[in-house]
Design a protein around this ligand. Structure first.
Ligand code: FES
Ligand SMILES: [Fe+2]
Length: 447
């Protein structure tokens, strides 16, 4: 038997029992996946404010963190200011995770050098009074911004942080913004495959419904059966990312869900699918905006931190929790292995793509149009920054308009199945285009 790879893509199996000719594992796409200092993607990601931790974790000891391959320490000094410093002291490298939080800044445990939150050296107490060391050195520091319970950092070139990105969804009247996950969720895999998952909206039918049984429940605890129906998928480029539409029929209504990818690593996710949302009396259309905004922040090339902000109606408790549904729980890696095998979820699918998914072994299909669009945008952004330009998707006006939405609209089924599928596609396209033109109107409720 001839085991030579057949013409075409060498990694494609084109014969039965063909593994022998298919054992080669190509390298990862370094340009899109590596995030350390000086890498093209790392430089691109560093042009955006990134969340790096929870405000609630800043107590009386420093918090060691690792972001985009850099070891750092996060703390709040006794005057209430937040500092993000390189972890190793610029004197002789002791870790500032063992530093003493001071009235102003943090003091290294080893020889007492005191650093302000911007890296200024305030004291070198073991040095002679005549020493000028503190005027000539700095501890490496990054600017931070506290927003609704999360700490954000700008890790790009000093002197030119962009404005903090105020999204329209941060400022919804009647709602407050809070962290969605009280515990850190770090996935042992590359950031890109975690973000790919947003664009891969077709996975919901299988991973969250058919493969594992229905993982997503409605507010009353009933399984959301409609999720198991194959949706019509469509993808639209927005000025800041990609709108990923999945459209299904639910009785005499059409349910359109638009998940949003915002460059470079943000997802806006519809509310917990308590669908269909109830029409207000006398209406035949309801549109709601996303419930959560979630960042996928690279810890390093092989680990990714997820942090979210969720909108909570004023006067009501925040019910967004890991325990809310199996789909939510299965986004974490702490479930028993047997449960993960029997009811696999987002964590299991994403992490098992290898520590860094190998694009050279993929065979992108029709459901991956959003993934392909995202990667093209990402490559364009990386190239722009490599050429010394601003990322094309930079937010310039505030509050910045975002595009994620969910609509239920009453429309009886067409005469036959094919015509009804066409009706679903046409409806989704019309709604997406309205929103892209800025002509969409939202219902007075958000989630
Ligand atoms: S190593 Fe930090 S003060 Fe000496
Ligand atoms: Fe998912």
């Amino acid at each position: 038997m001839n085991d030579e790879p057949l013409p075409g893509r060498p990694s494609s199996i084109k014969r039965a029992f063909g593994a022998y000719a298919n054992r080669e594992v190509p390298a990862e796409d370094v340009r899109l996946t590596h995030v350390g200092p000086g890498t093209p993607c790392g430089e691109y990601l560093r042009r955006f404010w990134q969340p790096v931790g929870h405000v609630k974790d800043l107590q009386d000891v420093p918090v060691p963190i690792r972001i985009m391959g850099e070891d750092l320490v996060l703390f709040r000094d006794r005057a209430g200011r937040i500092g993000l410093l390189q972890r190793h002291c610029c004197h002789r490298g002791a870790s500032l995770e063992f530093g003493l939080i001071a009235e102003r800044g943090i003091r290294c445990c080893y020889h007492g050098w005191l650093f302000d939150v911007d890296g200024t050296i305030l004291e070198t107490p073991a040095e002679p009074a005549t020493s000028h060391l503190k005027e000539s050195l700095f501890q490496g520091a990054y600017p931070t911004h506290e927003h609704c319970g999360l700490v954000f950092a700008y890790m790009g070139p000093s002197g030119r942080p962009p404005p903090f990105p105020r999204l329209d969804m941060f400022e919804v009247p009647g709602y407050r913004l809070e962290p969605g996950d009280s515990e850190q969720n770090i996935k042992p895999c590359n950031w890109l495959q975690v973000q790919d998952n947003v664009l891969d909206i077709g996975h919901e039918t299988f991973l969250h419904a058919r493969s594992s049984g229905l993982q997503i429940n409605d507010a009353g605890g009933r399984p959301l059966a409609a999720l198991a129906d194959l949706p019509e998928l469509d993808f639209f480029e927005t000025p800041i990312g990609v709108l990923c539409m999945s459209t299904r029929r639910v009785g005499d209504s059409i349910w359109v869900r638009g998940l949003e990818h915002i460059a470079p690593n943000i997802a806006q996710i519809p509310r917990t699918p308590t669908l269909p949302p109830a029409y207000a009396p006398g209406t035949d259309r309801i549109t709601v905006r996303p419930r959560a905004t979630r960042w996928r922040v690279p810890v390093d090339d092989h680990h990714t931190l997820e942090l979210s902000l969720v909108r909570v109606r004023e006067g009501e408790p925040n019910t967004y929790s890991k325990q809310a549904s199996l789909a939510r729980r299965s986004n974490y890696g702490d479930r028993p292995y047997e449960e993960r095998q029997r009811f696999p979820g987002d964590y299991d699918a994403q992490v098992s793509q290898r520590p860094i998914a190998r694009h050279g072994l993929e065979h992108l299909a029709s459901t991956d149009r959003g993934v392909a669009l995202f990667r093209r945008q990402l490559r364009r952004g990386i190239d722009a920054v490599a050429e010394g330009k601003e990322p094309p998707e930079s937010l310039r006006t505030f509050p910045a308009r975002t595009y994620g939405f969910e609509t239920l609209v009453r429309h009886p089924p067409a005469n036959d199945a094919a015509a009804d599928r066409q009706l679903l596609r046409d409806t989704a396209r019309r709604l997406a285009e309205e929103r892209l033109r800025g002509e969409a109107s939202d219902s007075p409720v958000v989630i």
